[in-house]
Design a protein around this ligand. Structure first.
Ligand code: PLP
Length: 397
């Protein structure tokens, strides 16, 4: 298995608050930073770290590897999506002559009360997230996010030398929208991940609506709804319909199981979408547009898979509670678990048993994020985690 590895520079420099032009030039020289960062990149960059500061390679995976590190789906695309991919493959000798991407945008727009020009189709939502950081941030207009949260947007903002302000989540792990609104009066982009990665926790519709009304003048609110179908969170798409300064992102990588197929949407006023498009818009693979469209047409898919993950997540929570392990009550396909020691120690111990979990955020250094896999995979995880936790911590935080 070949894994694209942007290397440990990402952990050591991109996610640290110290980011200098020298580092940037060094990174560009190393050819690693201009990439659009995905969860896959973040997950594997941390897994690869062996502490030597030198080795940028990732070991090839054992055949029994259990992958709980990148919030992927063990289910893959739905049956209808697989059939659509297989059927459309024969047309792959031509570009998108049947307008598959446009059909996907039109269907999503219709289902959500939007005009089709309010929806842009991308090969995953990482791309519009990256472009938003580039388009709306600058040295004069900063980036504001929660802490901890998904880092891809802040990486893009740092590329254009924008100041990045990270605001601790509240005690209930929701976004502290009041503190975020005042964190940088000149902010260009305020990022709200709802539900949040890595905590899996929800920020209320009312709070995000308040942020939208009280945001720094001239800023745009970016609401990342990659995980929304797994939770009961309410979407902010109605604020797009109302022509507010908001961009909503959707991904087909989570509940629709299409991380490797690559499909995502940016939903916003056409003038905001045009700012993203200025950074590039590639032709979509017809396979992923077709798979995305039939996934949206399957009314039972989301509730069925939501229940699948909720049941396994609840089973994990019950086990954690019974064994007195602390965790953050997530409503998505991942969960932060407290290891009471530097989390990387447990990541490493499990990796030795071919169980790959990820990752550790500087704001919660004793917690590891574990993706929800199948029940069988989670049972293997529980046994290995329990064993690893019996060992004396090598260091205490
Ligand atoms: C919060 C969040 N946003 C966006 C993405 C990007 O997903 P993709 O580019 O696969 O659509 C991820 C992936 O894990 C994510 O966790």
């Amino acid at each position: 298995m070949t894994i694209r590895n942007p290397g440990k520079l990402i952990q050591n420099e991109m996610t640290s608050s110290v980011f200098s032009r020298r580092n940037f030039m060094k990174a560009v020289g190393a050819g690693s930073f201009l990439a659009v960062m995905t969860e896959h990149d973040f997950a594997w960059s941390q897994t690869a770290i062996d502490g030597s500061g030198e080795d940028l390679s990732i070991p090839s995976l054992p055949s029994n590897a259990v992958l709980l590190n990148a919030n992927e789906s063990p289910l893959g695309p739905s049956r209808a999506a697989r059939n659509a991919i297989a059927e459309i493959a024969a047309k792959g000798g031509r570009y998108d002559v049947d307008g598959e991407a446009a059909q996907l945008a039109q269907l999503f727009a219709k289902q959500n009360g939007l005009k089709p020009e309010y929806v842009s189709v991308y090969a995953g939502s990482s791309e519009p997230l990256h472009f938003a950081g580039l388009a709306f941030c600058s040295p004069a207009h900063g980036y504001v996010s929660a802490d901890p949260t998904f880092e891809a947007g802040s990486c893009a903002a740092r590329l254009v030398d924008a100041p990045v302000k990270m605001v601790r989540l509240r005690d209930d792990y929701s976004h502290d929208v009041k503190a975020m609104a005042s964190a940088d009066p000149k902010a260009g982009l305020v990022y709200v991940c709802n539900p949040n990665n890595p905590t899996g926790t929800v920020t209320s519709y009312e709070d995000i609506a308040w942020l939208l009304e009280n945001k720094p003048k001239g800023s745009v609110i970016l609401v990342d709804e990659a995980y929304i179908h797994l939770s009961d969170a309410r979407s902010m798409i109605d604020k797009v319909v109302a022509d507010k300064d908001v961009i909503v992102l959707r991904s087909f990588s989570k509940i629709y199981g299409m991380a490797g197929i690559r499909c995502g949407l940016a939903i916003a006023r056409p003038d905001l979408l045009a700012k993203l498009a200025a950074y590039g818009i590639n032709a979509m693979p017809i396979t992923s547009s077709a798979a995305g469209r039939v996934s949206l047409l399957d009314e039972n898919l989301v509730p069925r898979r939501k229940k699948f993950f909720a049941d396994i997540r609840q089973n994990l929570f019950d086990w954690l509670k019974a064994n007195q392990y602390g965790y953050v009550p997530s409503s998505t396909n991942c969960c932060m678990i407290d290891t009471k020691r530097p989390g990387q120690e447990i990541v490493q111990a499990l990796q030795e048993k071919s169980i790959y979990i990820g990752r550790v955020w500087p704001a919660m250094p004793t917690y590891v994020r574990v993706s929800i896999g199948t029940q069988g995979e989670m049972d293997l995880f529980k046994t290995a985690f329990h064993q690893a936790m019996q060992a004396k911590p090598k260091s205490l935080v």
